[in-house]
Design a protein around this ligand. Sequence first.
Ligand SMILES: [Zn+2]
Length: 173
Amino acid sequence: MSLIDKALVANRNYAKTYNPTQGKRPAPKIAVVTCMDPRLSDLPGILGLPHADLDVIRTGGPAVTEDVLGELVVSTHVLGTTEILLLNHTGCGFTTFTDAELNAKLSASTGDASPAPMRFFSYKDPEENTREQIKKVTSHPWIAKDVPVRGFIFDVETGLLSEVQSIAHQAAD
Ligand SMILES: [Zn+2]
């Protein structure tokens, strides 16, 4: 049985004890942009905030793409979140290749180069990646200036978060 088929069976049981009040309109308080890496999945544990408060946007890396910026605009203007947390991590799979390498590898292994060059948003340094994310988000005209935007790196060895100062912050220090 595939994992998806197993999940469908489990869902029948989940629905038996599901609390229908959870289906009401959500009111998240903070937008969290983080990597699709499963080690970042326990956000209520990592951040000590309830599931209901978190508006989670996940991409590989994470990459702050145009789509992610659109989601942050909706999150802060429509859903009502008032802070933005950019959550990177150590040991990310997206630091293990470059876009050019993966494009070449997949073109060769599949025999079809037509999707190349595909953007995978690979990167090398999580701190630099975080600083670029802060800049992208804070410079967007539709992200209100009074919404705090802070970036962190989750250490997968220790479980600790460390804050990354934005370039503007560093210059002021
Ligand atoms: Zn990652």
